[in-house]
Design a protein around this ligand. Structure first.
Ligand SMILES: Nc1nc2c(ncn2[C@@H]2O[C@H](COP(=O)(O)OP(=O)(O)OP(=O)(O)O)[C@@H](O)[C@H]2O)c(=O)[nH]1
Ligand SMILES: [Mg+2]
Length: 293
């Protein structure tokens, strides 16, 4: 930073449809996993913060659930989080995928009404020919008075540094909001439950990704090993049967893959004790949804 440049800081909301790569972007820009990712829609269920401090200042990213029509209390809560991100942000990053030309009138109106600087981020350029990305730029450039139009690949990192620079260009001057060693505000229990849910999302299909919920009850550092006890909630007995799998094969796989990630995270051996529980209609249960606060 040049001596005469003032520090900048502020909040940046990542918004857009489900599956466009918002969480992938957050992890890439942070350089570490903060938010889980999957190829299933509606992966992110609540606002997740990524706080990035550099010599230029501090950016607080809000990852948020993908925008969709809510059918359960869970989904209403998810949409409320999107709204809150929008209200609190200094800059909005609206993510779209190259070649996805569906109209997002609802989101566009929300962005317009916010009167905040908004960038349109055209993601997944690694997957498409350059001409397709250029077509997309032409397609979107007049929808709104965008502050910036940035084609990126959240997966491979193309233009991610450039996007960070452009964010700094538009951020207000100011000091850090959080201590610089802070990078996310989620509790360890919540992050661990998300890692377990990510494995479930990756290993299941159809309704299972939507109807599962993981809750961590205990994380105890026992010296050489970290002991973790968690429950996986499903909505019906038949879903429980699927999650457990024949001869408990699926739950073992969830446990195995989850344990590997957790051992990387804790940098220690982990014993992951998983239980499956049926809780009918949890997506409308205020008690369980309270876990997402
Ligand atoms: N090829 C390619 N795939 C990507 C890119 N970014 C994300 N993906 C993939 O797209 C899928 C969805 O990514 P997420 O980051 O979970 O998407 P999201 O927008 O956070 O989704 P929700 O949380 O459901 O709203 C995953 O399979 C990612 O690997 C990209 O730049 N290129
Ligand atoms: Mg996400």
């Amino acid at each position: 930073m040049k001596n005469n440049e003032k520090r900048k800081s502020g909040y940046v909301a990542l918004i857009g449809r489900t599956n466009v790569g918002k969480s992938t972007f957050l992890n890439k820009v942070m350089g570490t996993k903060v938010s889980i990712v999957s190829d299933k829609p509606q992966t992110t269920r609540k606002q997740i913060l990524g706080i990035k401090t550099s010599e230029k200042g501090q950016i607080i990213f809000f990852d948020s659930p993908g925008i969709h029509v809510p059918q359960y209390k869970l989904n209403q809560k998810m949409m409320k989080d999107v709204h809150n991100s929008l209200l609190d942000a200094d800059i909005l990053l609206y993510f779209v995928e190259v070649a996805d030309k569906r109209e997002d009138k609802f989101i566009i109106d929300m962005i317009k009404n916010s009167n905040k600087p908004a960038f349109i981020i055209i993601n997944k350029i690694d997957k498409y020919k350059k001409s397709k990305a250029l077509d997309m730029i032409n397609e979107v450039k007049d929808i709104l008075n965008w502050s910036e139009i940035v084609p990126v690949s959240a997966l491979t990192g193309i233009n991610v540094d450039l996007l960070e620079e452009l964010i700094y260009k538009h951020l207000p001057e100011g000091d850090n909001f959080y201590p610089e060693e802070e990078y996310t505000l989620q509790t360890e229990k919540f992050f661990v439950s998300e890692l377990i849910r990510e494995k479930i999302l990756n290993l299941t299909r159809e309704e299972l990704p939507y109807t599962t919920f993981a809750k961590v009850h205990e994380i105890t550092d026992k010296g050489k090993i970290v002991y973790i006890r968690a429950e996986i909630f499903v909505e019906t007995k038949s879903q429980k049967k699927i999650i457990v799998g024949s001869k408990a094969s699926l739950i073992k796989q969830i446990g195995e893959t989850g344990r590997k990630d957790l051992e990387d995270y804790f940098d220690k051996k982990v014993f992951l004790d998983l239980y499956v529980k049926v809780s009918s209609n949890w997506r409308n249960s205020n008690t369980i949804l309270g876990e997402l606060d």
